[in-house]
Design a protein around this ligand. Structure first.
Ligand code: ADP
Ligand code: MG
Length: 679
């Protein structure tokens, strides 16, 4: 029955059926699982004398004095009175001639709308209406009325009329979750939930129904992660990239470092080492706040790989960062006789060719490069480990192309501080390491929201810091002046700072529209102190290490998300100097105030990320597309409690039967759900 095609279930035209099919609704089950996206609860029932001008209400009465007329311009107009025991109001409908046949004298109807008062008369213009039939429930008025997605001929009213009489068939829907799980997590039965999602019997039932289906949504994502992780384990076993612990001594590496590693770094290195000594590929995400020292963890992995006879690759999202890594790794790795090269767009064709040859014949042990370069026609002799720095900056799937290098171990790193539970759900098919500890001795960055009245003062302060040997960033959101958005353009701000504010200082400029070479040159010049102040867009956001800069000014800070602000702020505070972050905003909204206060109060990226999640939701925070975060219908990824709960439940179900074969209905629903999110 549930699989019956719709032409067997509802009476309608072929073109309606086609339109439904276009909406992905082909069977009775599809129709029942086509949930409203919102509810209009304008339906409280009152008597005519209680209708008022400020809220839509529903009211039942009998029609009288029905007259169809035409206006002077020839438009059809139907007027009538609606009468009940408390009084009467005038109704007017326009342009709907067919109403003549339905709304006739003596017909009982329910109307919903706001009243207009004209003198002593009350009037409703084009109210929502529904003929009252004592044998049929009302589907358009009273209580919480479902509003469905519309498409072509299929509007919400039409769907309500068709779906409501079919709701009894929800009893045929089998519950994908067994009673044990339902009881344990206090979940409404599936068919109850479906019924209540269409026509909630109360606000509370609606909440419970949404909880039940939201639970399922997240459960399926978590289950899918568990399954694909298991699958990966099978698929990637015996890759022959096992790194034998007898071949190297990790202490050799740790001993050359000029500082003591944090416990978090040591723990993570041990996790990586453990993965590398297995016969299946590592797929690990290393999450750590800016400045937490992720690079060294990667370096330890690379040390292990090369000592074990493999090659290693580091992918960076920008040339600047690739070059920075290159320099850092040269310093570290050449001490062990490792050969390291860089592969970026600014090499000459000949240089590129040489690097490629070296990678192919194995003379190069380590290569640092940008994504695009590595992607095109590079062959390795024996790539054992690929490190992807700032993974959130790349498109979704780098792993696919790494496959052609013989499934190396992959260590992805990100500074997007996603709360652990959420990370497990979103990046669930990777193992997770978190660097939740900063190297000792770092001073907190002092962050202030600066009012316009103190702007000049803050400039004096910056000048004095520069005189003391420090450098400063000034960040603006846009490249060119735009009439549409009143933001500081980086170019005009550069002119202003250089000519008016700091005529005695050296001011530099870098933004995304500049050529790569020019950008790199400015960054290098800034690092070499040829500039005191660097005016920049967010191109400097990612990973750049210029320890001498101790001040960052962020203009129009309200235009950035907290995670991004935090990332920008992370450009300073990288040395023993006390560092400062000055935020300027134009908006005075509550939301801006809350977010800026969070920036001033918290230096922990994880905390800020949680706050941002609550304020803006995951899609906004992480960017739905690039992070591959599904756009859920019922559940919210920021509901950490629910995320946790469903992780637990997923594990339970998975432990009962990792093949899920015991749960055919669940598998079915899971595929349906995951297909919707395009996971
Ligand atoms: P991120 O996690 O943002 O990539 P980096 O790896 O670039 O951070 O490290 C930031 C800075 O901290 C670098 O200059 C690095 O040399 C330094 N650093 C890393 N680990 C430690 C440590 N344990 N103690 C002191 N400094 C460290
Ligand atoms: Mg980094």
């Amino acid at each position: 029955m549930l699989n019956s095609t719709l032409d067997k279930v509802i009476r309608t035209t072929k073109s309606h059926i086609n339109e439904l099919s276009f909406m992905g609704i082909n069977t009775l089950e599809d129709l029942l699982l086509n949930f409203p996206w919102r509810y209009s609860d304008d339906g409280e029932f009152v008597t005519v004398d209680c209708l008022n001008t400020f809220e839509p209400l529903s009211c039942k009465g009998t029609l009288k004095n029905v007259i169809g007329t035409r206006t002077r311009t020839g438009k059809f107009m139907l007027t009538c009175k609606l009468v009940d025991e408390t009084g009467e109001i005038d109704l007017m409908f326009f342009n709907q001639e067919y109403l003549k046949r339905i709304l006739r004298n003596g017909v009982e109807v329910v109307v919903t709308g706001k009243v207009k008062e004209q003198g002593s008369r009350k009037k409703m213009l084009s109210p929502k209406w529904e003929v009252f039939n004592p044998n049929k429930p009302l589907v358009h008025s009273g209580g919480l009325i479902p509003v469905y997605n519309q498409s072509g001929k299929i509007n919400s009213k039409w769907l309500r009329e068709k779906i409501h009489p079919l709701l009894e068939f929800t009893n045929l829907l089998k519950d994908p979750l067994d009673s044990e799980i339902r009881e344990k997590y206090k979940l409404m039965d599936f068919n109850e939930a479906v019924k209540n999602l269409h026509y909630p019997s109360s606000q509370e039932d609606l909440i419970n129904a949404r909880f039940r289906l939201g639970f399922e949504e997240l459960l399926y994502i978590n289950l899918k992660n568990l399954v694909s992780k298991q699958y990966q384990k099978l698929e990637c076993s015996f890759t022959g990239k096992k790194m034998d612990i007898d071949l190297y001594n990790i202490d050799d590496f740790l001993n050359i470092l000029p500082f003591k590693l944090t416990n978090a770094q040591l723990r993570t290195i041990a996790e990586v080492q453990d993965d590398l000594s297995k016969d299946r590929s590592m797929s690990r995400l290393l999450e750590g706040d800016v400045g937490a020292g992720k690079t060294l963890v990667a370096a330890a992995g690379i040390f292990i790989a090369v000592k074990s006879g493999f090659q290693a690759l580091i992918m960076a999202p920008t040339e600047i960062l690739a070059n920075q890594h290159y320099k850092g790794f040269v310093k570290l790795m050449t001490q062990f006789g490792m050969n390291i090269q860089v592969l970026t767009g600014s090499l000459t064709a000949k240089q590129k060719e040489q690097v490629k040859i070296g990678l192919k014949n194995g003379l190069i042990d380590i290569v640092v490069g940008t994504h695009a370069i590595i992607q095109d026609s590079v062959d390795f002799r024996n790539l054992g480990l690929a490190v992807i720095d700032e993974q959130h900056r790349f498109g979704v799937n780098q792993k696919a192309f790494l496959k052609k290098f013989g499934k190396p171990h992959v260590l992805a790193m990100t500074a997007t501080p996603i709360p652990r539970t959420l990370a497990l759900t979103i990046y669930g098919d990777q193992d997770l390491s978190i660097l939740d500890e900063k190297p000792a001795g770092r001073k907190e960055i002092i962050t202030r929201l600066v009012p316009e009245s103190k702007r000049q003062e803050s400039y004096y302060w910056i000048e004095s810091q520069v005189k003391a040997g420090r450098q400063a960033f000034v960040i603006c959101p846009l490249v060119e002046d735009s009439d549409l958005i009143e933001s500081k353009s980086v170019v005009s701000e550069y002119d202003r700072l250089r000519e008016v504010v700091f005529p005695n200082l050296k001011v530099g400029l870098v933004h995304g529209k500049m050529k790569q070479n020019a950008k790199d040159q400015v960054m290098l010049d800034f690092r070499d102190k040829k500039y005191d102040i660097l005016v920049a867009t967010t191109v400097i956001e990612v990973g750049i290490d210029i320890p001498n800069s101790s001040i960052i000014v962020i203009e129009d800070a309200d235009r950035f998300g907290l995670a991004q602000l935090h990332q920008l702020r992370g450009r300073v505070g990288r040395s023993e100097h006390q560092s400062y972050c000055f935020l300027f905003v134009k908006s005075r909204s509550e939301n801006t105030r809350t977010r800026m206060k969070a920036m001033c109060d918290h230096s922990d990226g994880f905390k800020l990320s949680e706050i941002d999640l609550e304020l803006r939701g995951p899609g906004e925070v992480f960017g739905t597309r690039q992070s591959g975060i599904p756009d859920l219908k019922m559940a919210s990824l920021s509901d950490t409690k629910l995320v946790k709960l469903t992780q637990e439940a997923a594990q339970e179900i998975f432990d009962m039967d990792p093949s899920l074969e015991k749960f055919p209905i669940l598998i079915d629903r899971m595929h349906r759900s995951i297909k919707e999110f395009d996971l």
